[in-house]
Design a protein around this ligand. Structure first.
Ligand SMILES: O=C(O)c1cc(=O)[nH]c(=O)n1[C@@H]1O[C@H](COP(=O)(O)O)[C@@H](O)[C@H]1O
Length: 272
């Protein structure tokens, strides 16, 4: 099943627009897991099992693994997701962006090594830096458009031919770039006005929307501004607020993650 169909099925099956971000920070994990050889795997599996019925996607962020040389643990987590929760799409958050030959290697990493359904990409090196990813015709490309951080405005808000650069990115990705019909865009929950602008440009294209939870984005404004005509169309992502829902010393971190995921999913659904 291709990325968009799998995402649409997960929206319906789990009645959820919540994407659970897997950003495992050793220092915030329960102490008994911090020094175990596969402690990150154990931590993430417990979070995954506690939230899989509530999520429309999982999004591991590769930096938290690569910084520790823990890519083999990320492989195990991705294998686990595909085997035990195959109906929930796996998004590798890597924000790649490089010339074509190098991009092809990054595509192999995301889609073949980790088996991701989709990967996050930067658009700023242009179409030929994204083109190699289309060789995997059933997989998704999620392209940065209006990011959740304050500094995103430095470039994305530059006025180009009468409109901000991020709107050009939205129009390009929804048009010429969406070669396999598997593209999506990243728009931060911290900017609901821009979320509405992007929605108006791209029709029902899925949007990955980080910025609720730890970054303080407002759920009602996010859903109202970003939902598609069918009241879906978004992967509203939260990482730290779910992963570290209890103090690190608390043994019951997975149950707390499940509780916060349930509350977040339901709060999102109130406004669909
Ligand atoms: O592409 C992303 O996922 C992303 C885009 C963006 O604009 N802002 C953003 O925070 N993210 C990612 O979303 C996650 C946010 O984590 P929390 O703030 O803990 O929910 C991190 O993994 C970020 O790298």
């Amino acid at each position: 099943m291709n990325f968009i169909d799998k995402l649409s099925a997960a929206w319906a099956t789990n009645d959820s627009l919540l994407c659970v971000g897997l950003d495992p920070d050793l220092a915030r994990m329960p102490p008994h897991l911090q020094h175990q050889p596969d402690g990150i795997v154990t931590f993430c599996k417990a979070i995954i099992d506690a939230t899989a019925a509530l999520a429309c996607a999982f999004k591991p962020q590769i930096a938290y693994f690569a910084a520790l040389g823990a890519e083999p643990q990320l492989e195990k987590i991705c294998d686990y997701l595909r085997q035990h929760h195959p109906h929930v799409p796996l998004i590798l958050d890597a924000k790649r962006g490089d010339i074509g030959a190098t991009a092809h290697q990054y595509a192999r990493e995301a889609y073949d090594r980790y088996g991701a359904d989709a990967v996050t990409l930067s658009p700023y090196m242009g179409f030929d830096s994204v083109e190699p990813y289309f060789e995997w015709s059933d997989r998704g490309q999620i392209i940065l458009c209006r990011t959740s951080n304050a500094g995103g405005s430095d470039l994305q808000f530059l006025n180009v031919d009468g409109k901000p650069l991020y709107q050009h990115v939205a129009a390009m990705v929804a048009g010429k770039w969406n070669r396999n019909g598997q593209c999506a865009l990243v728009v931060g929950a911290t900017f609901p006005d821009e979320l509405a602008q992007v929605r108006a440009i791209v029709g029902d294209m899925p949007l990955l929307v980080p910025g609720i939870g730890a970054q303080g984005g407002d759920i009602e404004a996010t859903v109202t501004s970003g939902k598609s005509g069918a009241g879906a169309g978004m992967m509203i992502s939260s990482s730290r607020a779910i992963l570290y829902a209890t103090p690190a010393a608390d043994e019951d971190f997975a149950a707390a993650a499940g509780r916060v995921a349930l509350e977040t999913r339901d709060a999102i659904n109130l406004h669909r």
